[in-house]
Design a binder for this molecule. Structure first.
Ligand code: TXA
Ligand code: MG
Length: 338
């Protein structure tokens, strides 16, 4: 069992050793835990990550155990700069490097051929590795102080909603991790956009915090989105559902008027507020897509806490980050379709 102190408890199929989970802003403490092979919650601009020293396989295994995530699902490596990525990849094609210099640090992840420095546990045995440079001052400061990359999936239990605050992480992983570095609420609020290259063209494998419209403008052409098979193998797009609440979640139909008092309603903007007798959560008073994205996961976490009988959410306009949010909600609502 991997924690030195604490009570051993049988959770799911595994014995987990429970520890006290601290929340703080002590970057040095996070660094020393990571150096000792422990796992730590870290803030990024997208969502909170569950970090481990990517070169320490025992530490990386703790990520999978704490999340309850199968090791067949590969992890993203996080770096302080584009330059620090080079030793870990066999190649960084110009087309992707151009995007990296435009967007990094920022919510974009690159799928590249890996170098021998990347353990196969990180890549689930594949020859490619996912890399990114997150845009968060605390995490960048942490990354600059260590000489290894950090492996970090989103800091939620497998299949759940990604956390966008330190207290979301605590709710998901309390007593499973020793420390959460509190960097406030995530600015983007949606996971990174994952891109790769096929036949010289950029492909989007996961819609994310950078819109396809923005990518099109930077590239000079519209990249193909292949987020259903998600690189063809064993990734989040392949599982039956993902990003899901505990409470049954449904898209609201445009003419829906029947609601129970116990239902929770999440609206994109003020526009339809008058139609709802029950208390509703407005993602952006002014209908701003970036603000809605920043608030989306917090709204889902909160509705789950309120123990509503059902949650209804308005579909977003299918453009910009609205496409990413609709994608996440499709995967989440799939859990509740019979
Ligand atoms: O914004 C983000 O990307 C956040 C923050 C913490 O950085 N991380 C994140 O990690 O969303 P995770 O593990 O929850 O999602 C990463 C996705 C998974 O669907 C995984 O299958 C895919 O990236 N992935 C990782 N390595 C891959 C690879 N070599 N080829 C294809 N997909 C890969
Ligand atoms: Mg995730």
């Amino acid at each position: 069992m991997y924690f030195q102190q604490g009570i051993h408890k049988f959770i799911g199929r595994n014995y987990l050793c429970l520890v006290k989970t601290e929340i703080g802003q002590d970057i040095q403490q996070a660094i020393s835990l990571l150096k000792r092979g422990e796992i730590v919650g870290i803030p990024t601009e997208t969502v909170y990550g569950l970090a481990a020293d990517a070169t320490n396989e025992d530490a990386v295994l703790k990520i999978f155990e704490a999340k309850g995530r199968p090791t067949s699902n590969p992890l993203i490596l996080h770096f302080a700069s584009i330059d620090s990525i080079f030793p870990y990849v066999a190649e960084f094609p110009d087309a992707l490097l151009k995007l990296a210099s435009h967007y990094c640090p920022g919510p974009i992840t690159f799928i590249l051929p890996k170098s021998s420095l990347v353990p196969s546990l990180i890549t689930a045995g594949q020859e490619t590795v996912a890399v990114r440079v997150p845009e968060h001052e605390m995490t960048l400061a942490l990354l600059r102080s260590i000489d290894f990359p950090i492996a970090a999936p989103s800091a939620n239990r497998y299949g759940g909603i990604s956390p966008t605050t330190a207290s979301h992480v605590q709710r998901e992983l309390n007593e499973r991790i020793p420390y959460i570095l509190d960097g406030g609420a995530c600015q983007t609020g949606l996971e990174s956009t994952i891109v790769g290259l096929a036949d010289g063209k950029v492909i989007v494998y996961r819609l994310g915090g950078i819109s396809t419209e923005s990518l099109s403008e930077t590239l000079g052409y519209t990249p193909e989105v292949k987020n259903e098979l998600h690189h063809g193998i064993r990734t989040s797009g392949m599982v039956k559902y993902h990003y899901a609440t505990e409470t049954p979640l449904f898209f609201m139909s445009s003419n829906q008027t029947e609601f129970l008092d116990t239902d929770g309603v999440i609206l994109f903007s003020q526009e339809k507020r008058h139609s709802f007798p029950t208390e509703s959560f407005i993602l952006s008073e002014t209908g701003d897509m970036n603000e809605a994205a920043k608030n989306l996961y917090a709204a889902l976490h909160e509705m789950d806490q309120r123990k509503c009988s059902r949650i209804f959410i308005e579909e977003f306009p299918n453009l910009g980050l609205g496409k990413t949010m609709n994608d996440r909600l499709k995967r989440a609502t799939a859990k509740f379709q019979s």
